[in-house]
Design a protein around this ligand. Structure first.
Ligand SMILES: Cc1cc2nc3c(=O)[nH]c(=O)nc-3n(C[C@H](O)[C@H](O)[C@H](O)COP(=O)(O)OP(=O)(O)OC[C@H]3O[C@@H](n4cnc5c(N)ncnc54)[C@H](O)[C@@H]3O)c2cc1C
Length: 421
């Protein structure tokens, strides 16, 4: 018997966006379609790698989350909805996914110069002030710290004379690896089918209006397709379509904290932070996690434009030293002993925005989602939900295509079927 087509196929099961869409779509289909007339799974998620891989953008223990989003007002609803979803998933799985201010955690802190409107991820009007404005407009619980209060409250940071602080109750971190794992587990519990170690090579329109997805192992028929391929997007769509996106190599390092200082760097005293040093330079970091003696700290780099295939995945001793030298003077308690380092990839869209758009020539059946630019993790749960809703119901509660669409639809292309380069 020919299997019935899938309702939706998701490419990118092991990323934050694809796994979120997988869970939400499987949940929806299990709720709505579990009748005796429908047999077999309605939702398929595919990934070229195995769960827990470190080749893309969604690995490495921690991602900053906050809900007053200085990158723009339109992101607030996504972050807030994502927090609701992560909390629901936490309750369902019993796994800790999100950590914000609580009785045992000081939450998050943004530091920036009060006299220099330091931009970050394309924020308008200075990241610190813009974040504060957005928090006020959206009644997000927060506190501004003047220079003296900042130095007094967080003595671990050697702040400069012109630095001020912003603390938000809903700022902290999510664990991306645990989020992906939980999404996949719940999706499977709702009947979603998962194919790992399988690479999608291409996809095409069929005469009956469905889409055929062709992998290195098989082919599948679906009504809708969600492409959440992260930095591999250009492999699937071709570099012409993705010319406005660039993939940038990032490095993250874990530096050992001096033994005598360690109790100052646990999450009940040390916040997850973003520090705008000047208009082009930020550092960010996290408190000690578990029984680790080293904190994760990093910066952003847009210097090396690369591809997932070409990228150098080794962090050199020079790079570790350069990162250390960038922040060392601001954190007297942290040593130069880098105990762990890894690379990760940012897919950067124009103006640091996201791309969520229909691919032309597929009758609104193929959505591409690259929620990227170094700040997509915190929004992934809500984006995944919106992608699932859009695919299964033809609309989404948060109108992500209206907000982030345009990149592909504005491109003129006469090629109806895309094939691998
Ligand atoms: C170092 C670093 C720090 C960051 N910090 C933050 C932060 O603090 N806060 C924040 O909000 N965001 C942050 N981000 C951004 C955030 O992590 C990303 O926006 C998010 O992880 C993107 O997830 P994704 O699912 O789009 O991509 P990915 O995680 O790369 O997933 C894409 C998946 O698609 C699969 N795939 C691709 N092509 C195919 C194919 N042809 N066939 C089958 N499978 C395929 C891949 O194997 C991969 O598993 C950071 C990113 C990095 C790299």
């Amino acid at each position: 018997m020919t299997p019935r087509p899938f309702k939706v196929i998701i490419i990118g099961a092991c990323g934050l966006v694809g796994s979120s869409a997988f869970y939400q779509a499987a949940r929806h289909c299990a709720d709505k379609l579990s009748t005796p007339f429908f047999k077999g799974p309605s939702v398929l998620a595919i990934d070229q790698f195995e769960e827990g891989h470190t080749e893309g953008s969604s690995h490495g223990e921690s991602r900053i989350t906050r809900t007053a989003i200085g990158e723009g007002d339109e992101y607030v609803q996504l972050a807030q909805r994502s927090h609701v979803i992560w909390n629901e998933i936490q309750a369902l799985t019993g796994k800790q996914l999100i950590n914000v201010k609580s009785t045992d955690s000081v939450g998050g802190l943004i530091i920036g110069p009060n006299d220099n409107p330091a931009a970050y991820h394309g924020s308008q009007g200075g990241f610190l002030n813009e974040t504060t404005r957005i928090a006020k407009d959206n009644k997000i619980s927060h506190q501004r710290l003047d220079n003296a209060a900042l130095a007094r409250t967080f003595p671990q940071f050697k702040v400069r004379d012109n630095d001020e602080g912003y603390c938000e109750d809903s700022m902290g971190y999510i664990n991306p690896d645990a989020c992906v794992k939980a999404n996949i587990k719940l999706a499977q519990q709702h009947g979603g089918k998962l194919c790992l170690g399988e690479e999608v090579k291409t996809f095409e329109n069929m005469a009956d209006g469905k889409i055929r997805v062709i992998t290195n192992k098989s082919s599948y028929i679906t009504e809708k397709l969600i492409i959440a391929a992260g930095p591999w997007l250009s492999n699937l769509l071709g570099t012409e379509k993705t010319a406005e996106l660039k993939v940038c190599r990032q490095t993250v390092c874990w530096f050992e904290v001096e033994k005598s200082q360690r109790e100052q760097f646990t999450k009940d005293k040390f916040p997850t932070f973003i520090w705008s040093l000047d208009s082009d330079n930020i550092i960010y970091g996290f408190p000690l996690m578990g029984d680790s003696t080293a904190i994760k700290i990093s910066t952003e780099s847009f210097a090396t434009v690369t591809t997932p295939k070409q990228v150098n995945r080794t962090v050199s001793e020079e790079e570790k030293k350069a990162i250390y030298e960038k922040f060392a003077r601001y954190f007297p308690g942290i040593t130069s002993n880098c105990v762990k380092a890894m690379t990760c990839l940012y897919t950067v869209a124009p103006n640091f925005r996201f791309v969520v758009d229909f691919l032309p020539h597929y009758n609104n059946q193929v959505i591409v989602a690259s929620t990227c630019s170094g700040h997509g993790a915190k929004h992934a749960a809500a984006i995944g939900e919106a992608l699932a809703q859009q695919s299964l119901l033809n609309h989404s509660q948060i109108p992500v295509i209206k907000i982030f669409g345009g990149l592909f639809s504005k491109q003129a292309s006469n090629t109806p079927v895309l094939t691998m380069k």
